[in-house]
Write a protein that binds this ligand. Structure first.
Ligand SMILES: *[C@@H]1O[C@H](CO)[C@@H](O)[C@H](O)[C@H]1NC(C)=O
Ligand SMILES: *[C@@H]1O[C@H](CO)[C@@H](O)[C@H](O)[C@H]1NC(C)=O
Ligand SMILES: *[C@@H]1O[C@H](CO)[C@@H](O)[C@H](O)[C@H]1NC(C)=O
Ligand SMILES: *[C@@H]1O[C@H](CO)[C@@H](O)[C@H](O)[C@H]1NC(C)=O
Ligand SMILES: *[C@@H]1O[C@H](CO)[C@@H](O)[C@H](O)[C@H]1NC(C)=O
Ligand SMILES: *[C@@H]1O[C@H](CO)[C@@H](O)[C@H](O)[C@H]1NC(C)=O
Ligand SMILES: *[C@@H]1O[C@H](CO)[C@@H](O)[C@H](O)[C@H]1NC(C)=O
Length: 822
């Protein structure tokens, strides 16, 4: 009996708590499968106080291929700032006169730590401070023409590389007439999930992908508010320094620490391998946040190399608050807001729980060689005024030459900004192009001069000179510009586009009054204008100094001159006087679709209305893809580019990035678009196809269903990107949880199912698996039919679709399946 009972209980536990058996017993330890520790130049193994044993030269001869090497050692112990436990490693060195390579057999591919220890020991025959050499792996340059100039302080370099071959080599290449040396080497496995593929990219704020392909050099690893952590206290043998010398506002800081035992790790993501509990058990927060000054930021500054992008990992743990939902603060990096009102409670669901966030700072945003990390109070009227930071890691990301030092790749080729010789070549080309352009212009000016209109002096137009050179298609409208004068400038062109004088634009917008700004795009600000006859218009004024602006202006004018459709925003005219670039559109009274979904207190749109809007936008895009004389890919499909007129009719806008791409063809081009909507396949391959629009439209559809931003950096990592999260939730069968609660209860489930099905297909990884816009349109119309039938609204049959609603689902769904086969 007793035995039976136990058996049953065991089974019970197994069924109810399968994770009890899969949880690692002690996840604070890590056994590296690859573990090469070499004390170079040493005649005997060296055991450190942290328990690790570094092998002697004799034990590692099989790893090294070298023509000639020399062992050097120091008799007296050196005194220096490095942790004393590491000092023995610096006592001996190995010196290479020729190129020499250590080859390591890698039993488990993936991330590896490569740690190099250098100290220029004094020696009668060799001056180690004069050694100049490079160090590289199979794929990455770690050090380029490196030397240790300061004979007093050791140099420690730490790298994280991703190894996919079974052999990993470390090559020391002395400069001509010089030599290389090394005191100790570590090549050790690191957990693969230590650095994930994505992070938050700053300015513009978006998701950054591709970290898996990069190599890193650890520049700083700081235990903010806490003690130095030595390799013995870190499961991955890392060293963490104190933050004192980096804190640039110590007067405002206060440190606080708790017992490291009280730190909890959530079950997913953050483990003691990410950072030991000692990091999370100490914190710097705002001293007298309320009293001293109502508002300041805690700031830490580190010096970095300018031409590299950096991965910045910030560690947080709320050991301060007495209860949840008390602490909110902003996070800035180099003055750019990385997270607004970071809500640790929602991330960790508990106090004293570890959390970290990765950011990528682009090299272009490092203007004076430093990274400034700041945390500061929000202006939320909630919680306490405070901000915290527990740890910072700053890692240099390998550059385009796969180098972490300079712009030379492993094969010695220069891949950086153009060198003098290529610059000279470019100069020659530029000269040629300029000469040809000048001649063309001269010819044109002569021709124009002969045909100049009356009153031509009053205009100094920008595009009338520029556009014809680059876009012959506009020549037809140019002919009518010639006829226009300042007074009769409202003459229609062939395309029905008017020319507006700048003075009228100025008048219509009350001299470009900032209060009339209704939108801001990549190309410039959009103002609400009122023409003399009372017509309301949207006036987009380009910021003319950027090349991007000029290109977008040109593209938009060119595209919209050719396009006319009920679901595309129509261009009423333009103005190109005084090198101003102004486009005048019909005014869309209800603004961008997004504002009606979230973020603004506008009345909630019903599911039916949302479907109608999606259908309108889909029709517009379908026309772009197939209806126009040339197939056009929009390239920036998003909810802010779908505008609604006073009757909530959707119109697609913003053709500044559009490109003519023949159907089923692909065009190689620089990646442009908006993050969160950008087709990952296009991003990877740089090949633009119509299917990139389909992907973006799929994201729009999920945004409409879930009513949340497509990139939401304050959410937990896997939820940041809506497209990926929605796909994941759909696969798990719990997409319902994500649906906008305003509509979830009332929407027809069949309609929802058809909608979700097509939205998900739009997000297929490969473009060829995605439906065409026509297909999407069909499904959306079908979803609308189902919704209408369910709400028993009888509307006249739309001729463009011929679906009869049917109560029998199975028949309907098999119809859909048949359609999918097409
Ligand atoms: C150097 O330091 C080690 C311990 O780190 C010690 O055992 C040894 O005696 C010292 N050698 C000299 C010459 O001071
Ligand atoms: C290493 O890089 C390869 C691609 O080259 C990638 O597939 C793999 O996931 C990476 N592994 C790790 C652990 O980063
Ligand atoms: C070693 O080389 C460095 C750099 O070239 C030089 O400054 C230093 O004087 C040299 N030391 C000796 C002892 O020759
Ligand atoms: C904190 O720093 C950011 C960026 O440097 C700045 O925009 C913000 O105004 C600062 N906050 C306070 C309270 O000083
Ligand atoms: C922070 O997150 C918690 C839990 O998700 C939530 O209840 C709270 O409203 C959030 N606070 C703010 C200001 O968003
Ligand atoms: C960061 O760099 C990008 C790219 O050059 C630029 O567009 C952006 O304005 C920069 N942001 C800041 C805050 O300097
Ligand atoms: C970088 O610029 C900021 C102000 O823009 C200044 O406070 C800081 O000292 C500068 N850092 C360096 C290293 O020059």
């Amino acid at each position: 009996m007793g035995l039976d009972n136990k058996g049953i209980r065991l089974i019970f536990i197994f069924v109810l708590h399968p994770f009890l058996f899969t949880l690692p017993k002690c996840n604070s330890s890590f056994t590296p499968l690859v573990n090469y520790l070499l004390d170079c130049g040493s005649s005997h193994p060296t055991q450190l106080t942290d328990g690790r044993t570094f092998k002697s030269d004799r034990e590692t001869t099989s790893l090294l291929a070298t023509a000639e090497d020399v062992q050097i050692s120091l008799d007296s112990n050196l005194s220096s700032s490095v942790p004393s436990s590491l000092l023995p490693l610096y006592q001996t060195a190995r010196l290479f006169q020729e190129e020499s390579t250590y080859s390591f057999y890698i039993s488990k591919t993936g991330r590896l730590w490569v740690r190099l220890y250098f100290f220029p020991l004094s020696n009668p025959s060799y001056n180690l401070t004069a050694a100049v050499f490079s160090v590289q792996t199979n794929h990455h340059v770690l050090l380029h023409e490196f030397s240790v100039r300061n004979s007093d302080s050791p140099v420690f370099k730490e790298y994280l590389v991703n190894v996919s071959d079974s052999r990993f080599s470390l090559k020391f290449k002395p400069m001509k007439n010089s030599f290389a040396f090394i005191n100790a080497i570590e090549v050790v496995s690191a957990p693969d999930n230590l650095i994930s593929d994505s992070a938050i990219a700053l300015s513009p704020l978006r998701e950054f992908k591709g970290l898996l392909l990069s190599a890193f050099e650890v520049s700083y690893r700081i235990n903010v508010g806490g003690p130095t952590i030595t390799p013995g206290d870190d499961a991955l043998a890392r060293t963490w320094e104190t933050d004192g010398s980096y804190n640039i506002f110590p007067q405002g800081s206060e440190t606080l620490s708790v017992s490291k035992k009280s730190i909890k790790y959530p079950h997913t993501g953050v483990t003691p391998l990410i950072a030991p509990n000692l990091v999370y058990a100490s914190v710097v927060h705002m001293k007298d946040a309320k009293v001293m000054r109502p508002n300041f930021n805690l700031s830490w500054m580190v010096n970095v190399e300018r031409s590299y992008s950096y991965l910045i990992r910030m560690h947080f743990c709320d050991i301060l608050s007495k209860s949840l939902n008390q602490l909110y603060f902003n996070v800035y990096i180099n003055g750019i807001e990385g997270v607004s009102a970071l809500n640790l409670s929602s991330q960790t669901k508990a106090l004293a729980t570890a959390f970290y966030q990765d950011f990528v700072l682009n090299a272009l945003n490092i203007t004076n060689g430093s990274i400034l990390v700041q945390v500061g109070p929000t202006n939320l009227q909630q919680g306490t005024v405070d901000a915290i930071l527990n740890g910072i890691e700053v890692m240099k990301i390998s550059n385009i030459a796969d180098s972490l030092d300079g712009f030379f790749s492993v094969d010695g080729k220069y891949k950086g900004p153009s060198s003098i010789t290529t610059e000279m070549k470019i100069l020659v080309y530029v000269g040629l192009v300029l000469a040809v352009t000048a001649m063309l212009l001269l010819v044109m000016i002569c021709m124009r001069w002969k045909k100049r209109p009356q009153g031509w002096e009053k205009h100094s137009r920008f595009s009338s000179w520029l556009l014809p050179v680059h876009s012959p298609r506009l020549c037809s409208s140019k002919s009518s510009w010639r006829g226009s004068t300042a007074s009769s400038s409202h003459k229609s062109t062939k395309h029905g586009k008017r020319f507006f004088p700048f003075s009228e634009m100025r008048e219509a917008t009350n001299n470009f009054d900032e209060t009339r700004v209704i939108g801001v795009g990549g190309f410039g600000k959009v103002y609400l204008g009122t023409l003399k006859d009372g017509t309301k218009v949207a006036i987009k004024r380009g910021s003319g100094n950027s090349e991007q602006g000029i290109n977008e202006f040109r593209t938009e004018l060119e595209m919209l001159s050719k396009l006319r459709h009920r679901h595309l925003v129509s261009l009423m005219g333009f103005c190109d006087e005084n090198s101003e670039m102004v486009l005048v559109y019909e005014y869309m009274a209800n603004g961008p679709f997004r504002s009606h979904l979230y973020g603004f207190d506008l009345p909630c749109l019903s599911w039916k209305k949302r479907l109608e809007i999606c259908i309108g936008a889909a029709r517009g895009l379908h026309y772009l893809h197939t209806g126009a004389a040339q197939s056009i890919t929009h390239r920036d499909v998003k909810t802010t580019n779908i505008l609604l007129d006073e009757n909530y009719i959707a119109k697609v806008s913003d053709f500044g990035l559009s490109k003519a791409v023949p159907e089923k063809a692909q065009v190689s081009t620089a990646v442009k678009g908006s993050f969160g909507y950008l087709d990952p396949e296009y991003y990877r391959s740089q090949q633009l196809t119509q299917k990139s629009d389909i992907y973006s439209f799929g994201v729009v559809l999920f945004e409409v269903l879930c009513a949340r931003p497509v990139i939401c950096p304050t959410r937990p990592t896997e939820e940041i990107n809506l497209a990926e999260w929605a796909k994941k939730q759909h696969r798990r069968g719990v997409l319902n949880e994500e649906i906008d609660p305003h509509i979830a209860a009332t929407m027809n489930l069949q309609s929802q199912s058809v909608f979700v099905q097509i939205s998900e297909r739009c997000l297929a990884d490969c473009g060829v698996d995605r439906p065409s816009m026509g297909d999407v349109l069909w499904h959306l119309e079908y979803a609308l039919r189902l919704e209408e039938a369910a709400s028993r609204i009888d509307e006249p049959e739309d001729k463009s679709t011929s679906i009869v609603t049917n109560e029998d689902n199975s028949v309907l769904f098999s119809e859909i399946d048949n359609l999918e086969e097409r």
